[in-house]
Design a protein around this ligand. Structure first.
Ligand code: PLP
Ligand code: SF4
Length: 351
């Protein structure tokens, strides 16, 4: 199913807005969205969408919505401040011991809530060979860089040959001990995870693949097989999810997502509070709602199923955990998983 066809099917069933706009107005609005922000879905994603459900959580993540044209004052084109920390093209160096290396600006799909939505899109190109050389030089000349995170865009849209070249050049830098790949490909285009692609990532350095997945239905049997290929090859996997209104903002869905990941041997790493990207308010929860969900998750699911709930601070100050907090400010009282409070004794004597 093509994007256009998937959209037609969804729209045919979606209830009209009460403001009296008809189908033609809505189509015109969607065309405006598509000319402003990149739109793409893959055959695997089209398969996942239940076109009979006007609130389908997969469709909500990938099919454009007229509300994307409504930017709020608190929203920002560079919501996490990548630009302020970019020493050379393609590199974001915010934390001393690790950098992002953005090889491509294209993805297999374009998530409607993307924090880099103003930068990513088809034909936006990637790093030229000379820019890549400059980026690798920067990494080589900064010995405090212990870890390099390939992100984008989605680095796994590159061919195995190009990936192998970059990964080998990174692995040759002595002080780079960890290579991390952030990707949505195993879920949205699992057929790309070929034995050649897995081999391209293998070096004598420790490599981690961090999967972006937001709904348990994204873990199809094809996606599970793709992930198993990495893990069986000695590449451990973590997952990051974005908390999204109407997609995973109830404890049953969030818990099912975390369990599905753990069942695939993927450790949930971060639950991101949705960033203040323009036109994404309809997909964002409040932080208080996120904390209540984390509390419920902690109360009901295995420790393996607990990601850290984090906020990327607007302005480029990095990510911080945002609770919830179980300990009172003076450390004298602690709450258990059932919500009961217990006192904790002060330390006696000298430290
Ligand atoms: C998120 C991010 C990282 C990775 O942070 P971790 O907490 O190690 O996952 C690194 N650099 C930048 C600029 C980031 O935004
Ligand atoms: S795959 Fe990542 S970078 Fe690409 S659109 Fe989705 S969130 Fe943005």
């Amino acid at each position: 199913m093509t994007v256009a066809k998937a959209m037609q099917r969804i729209m045919a069933r979606a209830p009209m807005r009460s403001n009296g706009f008809g189908k033609n107005d809505r189509l015109a609005a969607l065309r405006r969205v598509a000319s402003r922000y990149a739109v793409a879905i893959t055959p695997a994603v089209a398969e996942m969408i239940d076109a009979s459900d006007p609130h389908d959580p997969i469709a909500r993540q990938f099919l454009p919505d007229a509300r994307e044209l409504e930017a709020r004052p608190e929203e920002n084109a560079d919501p996490i401040g990548d630009d302020v920390h970019s020493p050379v093209d393609g590199v974001v160096h915010r934390y001393p011991d690790r950098v992002l290396l953005k090889l491509v600006n294209a993805c297999a799909v374009y998530c409607r809530f993307c924090f880099r939505r103003e930068m990513v899109g088809p034909g936006r190109g990637g790093l030229s060979p000379s820019a890549l050389r400059a980026a690798l030089d920067y990494i080589a000349h900064n010995p405090q860089i212990w870890e390099v995170i390939l992100t984008g865009g989605d680095p796994l849209v590159l061919s195995p040959r190009r990936l192998k070249d970059v990964v080998a050049r990174l692995a040759a830098i002595d002080h780079v001990k960890i290579i991390r790949v952030h990707t949505r490909v195993p879920v949205v285009a699992p057929e790309r995870v070929s034995p050649a692609l897995v081999r391209a990532l293998r070096t004598d350095k420790a490599t981690f693949v961090v999967l972006h997945a937001n709904h348990p239905r994204e873990l199809t049997s094809e996606a599970r097989i793709a992930c198993a290929r990495f893990i069986d090859a000695g590449i451990p996997m973590l997952a990051q999810s974005v908390l999204l209104r109407g997609v995973n903002d109830d404890v049953e869905t969030l818990g099912a997502l975390m369990r599905a990941l753990v069942e695939c041997r993927i450790k949930p790493y971060y639950l991101h509070h949705a960033d203040l990207a323009p036109g994404t308010a309809h997909l964002r929860t409040t932080i208080a709602e996120g904390q209540a969900l984390m509390r419920a998750l902690h109360g009901r699911y295995s420790g393996l199923c607990q990601p850290a709930y984090v906020l990327d601070i607007p302005g480029g100050f990095g990510k911080s955990p945002i609770g919830p907090n179980y300990l009172s400010a003076d450390c004298s009282e602690i709450e258990d998983f059932r919500g009961r409070r217990h006192s904790y004794p002060p330390r006696s004597g000298e430290p």
